[in-house]
Design a protein around this ligand. Structure first.
Ligand code: OGA
Ligand code: MN
Length: 280
């Protein structure tokens, strides 16, 4: 197995491993260590990875996460475990069979609007378009380290309200939905293994800073998200069929670029369970 860091400053490509087979202890330890250090693992060439293999990979990093979405019958009829979600624009009988079917998605952190957000999200590419539908990741540890002093002072001291409604892909849509789920989280979190601090704020879901008047808080959130979305903190993943990605959902943010809705894009997704977040 070969682990090659990306030039983006975080994230690694993993080649020469077959996750359908059993892994020895040394390989498992190297995968865990690489994930703790680099935050995003891109495992290439996993053709025909079964749902069970996919779950076994996730369980290297923790317990399998429950779906955070409401009970939903769209995933019935597949042979995958019930925790599965499909990020897919496939249709059956005129209805999408999965979630997040099309379009761009703004930068976000999965489930930051619930008490216990997933520790990791793991996506497996079954069918991907030739162009577009890239997933862009941002390194929130380096973003925190590079914060100007005035912004660091705010995020160290305040919490923020995170709000989301399923299938909203832009902040404008979220704002229009009255029964969106929401939870107050710290604006800084620590990586559980390395202890590095990360800026826990994102464009799509971070709605207000608790205890700061609306406009002042909004202006700071706008500065924070502009800061963390600077190209020096980003890695753009161009999907290939057979790619298996796992990302740190505490210390990275992610977005999706647009793609041709007439082209099929079908990915299988599981999460790794997380705990309540502890701030500074
Ligand atoms: C997700 C997600 C992005 C993509 O599954 O949480 O944001 O590229 N997916 O489909
Ligand atoms: Mn997401």
């Amino acid at each position: 197995m070969k682990i090659t860091p990306f030039s983006a400053g975080f994230g690694v490509e993993v080649t020469g491993v077959d996750l359908a087979g059993s892994l020895d202890d040394d390989t498992k330890a190297r995968l865990r260590a690489a994930w703790a250090k680099h935050l995003v693992l891109v495992v290439r060439d996993q053709e025909n990875l079964s749902p069970e293999d996919h779950v076994r990979f996730c369980e290297l990093f923790g317990n399998l996460g429950k779906r955070s979405r409401p009970a939903d019958d769209r995933h019935e009829g597949t042979d995958a475990p019930s925790e599965v979600m499909f990020v897919s624009n496939r249709k059956e009988d005129g209805k999408f069979i999965g979630s997040l079917p099309d379009g761009e998605m703004q930068f976000h952190i999965d489930q930051c609007y619930v008490e216990r957000p997933a520790r990791a999200t793991c996506l497996y590419a079954i069918v991907v378009p030739d162009a577009g539908g890239d997933t862009i990741f941002g390194d929130l540890c380096r973003a925190y380290d590079a914060l100007p002093d005035d912004l660091r002072g705010v995020v160290d001291d305040y919490d923020a309200l995170n709000v989301f409604s399923y299938d909203s892909t832009s902040r404008e849509q979220v704002g229009k939905i009255s029964n969106a789920r929401q939870f107050v989280q710290p604006m800084v979190v620590s990586h559980p293994v390395t202890g590095r601090k990360a800026l826990y704020v994102n464009r799509l879901m971070t709605a207000e800073i608790v205890g700061m008047p609306g406009d002042a808080g909004r202006a700071i959130i706008d500065r924070l998200v502009a800061h963390e979305e600077q190209p020096e903190f980003l890695y753009t993943h161009k999907w290939r069929k057979g790619d298996l990605l796992i990302w740190d959902n505490l210390c990275t943010v992610h977005a999706r670029t647009d793609f041709d809705p007439t082209k099929e894009r079908h990915l299988r997704r599981f999460t790794v369970e997380g705990g309540p977040l502890v701030g500074e």
